[in-house]
Design a binder for this molecule. Structure first.
Ligand code: BTN
Length: 252
């Protein structure tokens, strides 16, 4: 059972723990659909049987070794076309957390993968429900690899693999929740531009010449930023092109 001892105003005050579920995002969405749930509510599990990732991928995590949870937010102050600002805020919360644990080796791989030493340690899946032009609710799902020692994916890592230390999951969860609330409150109080700048400062491959693939074409390009709706701006032979999440991949 998880205790959330986070020093927060509203995030993590209501917690649903289930030993096992398909996906904490799915479960939280179902709960929020049935009855009104408070902002900041957290659903956490020891084991997901159908963890979901971005682009329709799955999310694998060994039961009991990692943190897999979802948070209910109600960023009704955000216009639908500014929803990427929430991605920015949550990504920065993860960067704050990782930097506090693993020193300065963490980057955000656009749009919201967290890398440590070039390997993925955290995934974020944000699912927004819109009401007219605004966001009505967001389910923010976070998977953080903590004590797992082996991964099938070669480019994955965990806090244990990076430091050789075992971590107490409830302590790490509390700290992570504090980081998310701090960045969310920063967004809510109108600091989207500062957040955006910090996001760019922590972006993997920014301003570096690197290899990408788009539409079957491999090219050398330079990430120059992210536009208002979250498309990646990449300079390719003097011209800047903007890519959505399914339109470009990074070649390592
Ligand atoms: C990704 O990088 O593809 C996103 C992975 C997100 C995984 C988390 S684990 C908790 C929450 N529940 C899910 O089914 N997915 C997210």
């Amino acid at each position: 059972m998880y205790k959330i001892l986070a020093n927060t105003l509203f995030l993590g005050k209501n917690v649903v723990f289930v030993p096992e579920c398909h996906s904490t995002n799915t479960l939280l969405m179902e709960l929020a659909q049935k009855t009104q749930q408070p902002e900041g509510m957290v659903v956490i599990t020891r084991a997901q049987t159908k963890g979901r990732g971005q682009r329709g991928n799955g999310w694998e995590a060994e039961p009991g070794q990692n943190i897999t949870f979802s948070i209910l937010l109600k960023p009704q102050f955000l216009n639908a076309n500014a929803q990427f600002n929430l991605t920015i805020a949550v990504s920065l919360a993860l960067i704050d957390f990782l930097k506090s644990r693993l020193a300065d080796r963490s980057f955000i791989k656009w749009p919201n993968d967290l890398l440590v030493n070039g390997k993925k340690i955290t995934g974020i899946l944000i699912e927004n429900t819109l009401a007219g032009e605004n966001i009505q609710q967001s389910v923010v799902g976070i998977g953080l690899n903590v004590n797992q020692r082996q991964f099938t994916a070669p480019a994955a890592t965990s806090m244990f693999l990076e430091t050789g230390h075992e971590y107490d999951l409830s302590i790490e969860l509390s700290s992570l929740i504090e980081c998310v609330e701090r960045r969310y409150l920063q967004l809510r109080s109108g600091h989207a531009n500062d957040l955006r700048q910090e996001y760019l400062n922590n972006l993997y491959w920014i301003n570096e010449e690197q290899q990408f693939v788009s539409n079957g074409r491999r090219f050398t390009g330079t990430i120059e930023g992210v536009d208002a709706v979250g498309k990646l701006a990449v300079r390719d032979q003097g011209q800047i092109n903007y890519f959505g999440i399914k339109e470009i991949s990074f070649v390592r």
